[in-house]
Ligand binder design. Structure first.
Ligand code: PGA
Length: 252
């Protein structure tokens, strides 16, 4: 058994308005009821517009907040951008970086992700750094090459167990209802663990999350795989009922 405390994090993407606080309240209630029987950490990464509002609701709940991206700089003439210190000020403890929707849709390169991760660390945020292959890359047998390159290029020096989480998210599994075979997930996570342990003193204890079509009916199975320390959940994190059913994999 791994001694790493797992994390179930929800990535709300561009979903949620102030009234979505009802889902947050339901998650808080579920977490309070679970009490000591629950053996994981929980986090929700809503749109930045909701972080401050949700921070007030989540105070003392044991559920943390994260952003979904940040700029490399602390402040300045960058219209439309949000900095790591701003996320922190709003109540976030973490930020998702290098999600495939940003790599593909916003041209983010490994070196951009690395700079953002360093900015997150400097602001006292946990960087949740996403890596993962496309379907074409998997079919060509390039999965581990791609992940290896992304890890090398996207993770800054100074990553440690308390400031960095890696999320393995096969691009083709995101929002598709498809997931890799269990042995494929275990292979990718084992590879990521080895790379982290090679490079960082605390690489053996950094969390590695699986993301991509995690649902209530597959979560328990996926979370039980070796080197899987929880999940990054997109669509199924929007409703408290589904998110909590996924988290329930860690109920004693
Ligand atoms: P999904 O998204 O759970 O909806 O597949 C996961 C993610 O993009 O983080």
């Amino acid at each position: 058994m791994s001694s790493i405390r797992p994390l179930v994090a929800g990535n709300w993407k561009m979903n949620g308005v102030r009234a979505s606080a009802a889902e947050i309240a339901a998650m808080v209630e579920w977490r309070a009821k679970a009490a000591g029987a629950f053996g994981a950490d929980l986090m929700i990464c809503p749109p930045a517009t909701l972080i401050a509002q949700f921070a007030a609701l989540l105070e003392g709940s044991g559920i943390a907040l994260g952003g979904q991206d940040c700029h490399t700089r602390e402040a300045g003439p960058f219209t439309g951008e949000i900095s790591a210190p701003m996320l922190r000020d709003a109540g976030a403890a973490a930020v998702i970086l290098g999600h495939s929707e940003r790599r593909a849709g916003h041209g983010e390169r490994d070196r951009d992700v690395k700079e953002k991760a360093a900015a997150a660390h400097a602001a006292g945020l946990i960087a949740i750094i996403c890596v993962g292959e496309t379907l074409g890359e998997r079919r060509m047998g390039l999965t581990l090459d791609v992940i290896g390159r992304q890890l090398r290029g996207s993770l800054p020096d100074g990553c440690a167990a308390n400031n960095t989480i890696v999320a393995y998210e096969p691009v083709w599994a995101i929002g598709s209802g498809l997931t890799p075979q269990p042995q494929e997930i275990a292979q990718a996570h084992g590879f990521i663990r080895a790379r982290l342990a090679d490079r960082y003193a605390e690489g053996a204890s950094m969390r590695i999350l699986y993301g991509g079509s995690v649902k209530p009916d597959n979560a328990r199975h996926i979370f039980a795989l070796p080197q899987v320390n929880g999940g990054l959940v997109g669509g199924a994190s929007l409703k408290a009922s589904e998110f909590c059913a996924i988290a329930a994999a860690y109920l004693a």
